[in-house]
Every structure is written in structure tokens, then in C-alpha cells.
Design a protein around this ligand. Structure first.
Ligand code: HEM
Length: 266
């Protein structure tokens, strides 16, 4: 990861010494400014990943019961892994956009649809385009849905209900995510909790029902963009001129001068 290069060898400088040596020191300051990238200049972006959710194991099991004659079709890049009726079964959406908003927070969205069906069309529900928002150790899953309302009369005309980016489930993370890194960040839960906004999508579960785990695998990349912050110069004013210890990171020009004097053996 990019960060400020360490500076050492600081020495105490009086104003008189600085003034007397300014002609030597100032041109050298630029050369001595070996800052690579200050932490505040590092930006993090989402380059890919996946969102995993199995909805609810008992629902997947229900769809596979003989009297339901149901199942699911996957569209637009969505895949399924694990056993269809098992605890490890889950739908996997590819992440198509996202952002790292802080060290411990991020958001990502996927595209693609899962078409859940059964009872010869009486159950005909599509859930799609999930968004996962992580804030510390808490997560929210949002989705679009369009599907038939629960009606167990096989002769009734299906009535459709729909929602866009409604809260499907909330969850507590097993461990808070740390998104200020380059690489894959995985955060997840042991289970999720059905939110009231998503109750119509599945018809037969009350808000607060226990649902399957949510997992977010996020591909994060880092880049250095100097100019967004103060580029590592730190506080260049004040009275602390790096003279009483060997930590010169906050000195700006004065800190660089400390390096020069240090290397000259003062
Ligand atoms: C002809 C229409 C339907 C019939 C005859 C029917 C029948 C049933 C039956 C008998 C069960 C209980 C299964 C069990 O516990 O073993 C059940 C559960 C369920 N049904 Fe339906 N259903 C119909 C339509 C729908 C529709 C339209 C939806 C969704 C909008 C739906 C969602 C569910 C859900 C979520 C469960 C609970 C599954 C679980 O977790 O055990 N059903 N249905």
C-alpha cells in the first residue's frame, strides 16, 4: 500500500540557522520531499465482486417439493452454488458497481435476476438487482422484486406486486469489514432477518423471520491521487519544528530541512 515515506534524522533548528542556510536548503527541499502518497491521498474503488444470498433454505426446499413442481431460473449472470435444498445453497450475483465509503463501510450493487416459480404459475416471482450496504458491523440487503401475491387457490387469477430497491433483509456481520486495502474483502453473516418491505415478495413469511446468510465479496483497488489532500506535508506552522524527537513527519518544509541536516551530520 502506498503511504508516506518515513523521515528520520530530525534535528533541532533555530530560526537563525534556518535563515542562514535557506539558500542551500530550499532547492534541496523539493528533492528531499520523497513523499510517495499520503494516506489521505489514497482512494479506494470497487472493481468487482459478488453478492451471495440463498433467500431461505426452507423456501428452496418448498419449491423443490413434488406438489409445487417449482424451482428457479437464473438470468443475466446469476449463478447458484451449493445444494439446491441445502444450507449452503445460495444465488450469486456479480457486482457491477460499488464504492468504498470509509475504512469500515462500503456499498455494492449487482445485476441479474432469479425467477422463482411453482404451482404452474401461481407462484411466479422475480428477485433482482441486489444492493448490499455495509456500515461497520451491520449490513442491509436491498432488491427489486415482482411477483404473485400469496393465494393458495390454484384457480384464482394471479395478482402481481412489485418493489424497487426495497430492504429485503438486514444482518449483523460476523466481523466488521476493513475496506481500506487492495484485494478481496469478504464480509458476511450467519443469517439475515426478513424486512417488512420484502414480505410481499415471498408471501408466507412474517417480518423478522430468519433468512439465509448474506455474503459480500468485494474486489477493492487502491490508487494515489495527490492533490486531494495536503500531500503529506502535514502542519507546516506552529511551534513544533521537529526539534525534540526523531519524528519529523509533521514538519513540511521544516521537516525536510531536518532530513537534510540529519544527513549532513548536524
Ligand atoms: C396454488 C397456489 C399455492 C398453493 C396450493 C400453495 C401451497 C403451499 C403449502 C401447502 C405450503 C406449506 C408447505 C409445507 O410447509 O410443507 C406452502 C408454503 C409456502 N408457500 Fe405456497 N402455495 C401456493 C402459492 C404460493 C405463492 C403464490 C407464494 C408466494 C408468493 C407462496 C409462498 C409460499 C411460501 C414462502 C411458503 C413457506 C415455505 C417454507 O418455508 O416452508 N405460495 N404453500
Amino acid at each position: 500500500m502506498l503511504r508516506s515515506a518515513s523521515r528520520s534524522g530530525a534535528v533541532a533548528l533555530t530560526s537563525a540557522a534556518l535563515m542562514g542556510l535557506s539558500a542551500l536548503a530550499i532547492p534541496a527541499v523539493a528533492a528531499a520531499d520523497d513523499t510517495v502518497c499520503a494516506p489521505e491521498d489514497v482512494t479506494y474503488s470497487v472493481t468487482g465482486g459478488t453478492i451471495e444470498w440463498g433467500v431461505k433454505q426452507s423456501f428452496r426446499n418448498y419449491l423443490n417439493m413434488p406438489f409445487v413442481e417449482g424451482g428457479w431460473n437464473l438470468g443475466e449472470g446469476v449463478t447458484f452454488q451449493g445444494a439446491p435444498t441445502g444450507a449452503d445453497g445460495r444465488f450469486i450475483w456479480p457486482v457491477t458497481s460499488g464504492a468504498v465509503t470509509s475504512q469500515n463501510s462500503a456499498a455494492a450493487s449487482g445485476e441479474g435476476e432469479v425467477h422463482l416459480h411453482g404451482h404452474h404459475g401461481a407462484l411466479d416471482t422475480r428477485i433482482s438487482n441486489p444492493t448490499v450496504e455495509i456500515d461497520g458491523d451491520e449490513g442491509v440487503l436491498k432488491m427489486d422484486y415482482r411477483g404473485t401475491e400469496l393465494n393458495m387457490d390454484p384457480n384464482a387469477d394471479p395478482v402481481y406486486t412489485e418493489g424497487t430497491q426495497v430492504v429485503a433483509a438486514t444482518f449483523d456481520l460476523n466481523a466488521a469489514g476493513t475496506f481500506h486495502k487492495a484485494g478481496t474483502v469478504t464480509v458476511g453473516s450467519d443469517r439475515s432477518i426478513l424486512h417488512s418491505e420484502f414480505v410481499p415478495a415471498l408471501g408466507n413469511y412474517a417480518a423478522g423471520s430468519e433468512m439465509d446468510p448474506v455474503t459480500l465479496n468485494l474486489e477493492v483497488s487502491s490508487a494515489c491521487e495527490p492533490g486531494g489532500g495536503d500531500n503529506g506535508g502535514g502542519d507546516n506552522g506552529g511551534d513544533d519544528n521537529g526539534g525534540d524527537d526523531d519524528d519529523n513527519t509533521g514538519g513540511g518544509i521544516f521537516g525536510s530541512l531536518g532530513n537534510i541536516f540529519g544527513s549532513l551530520g548536524f
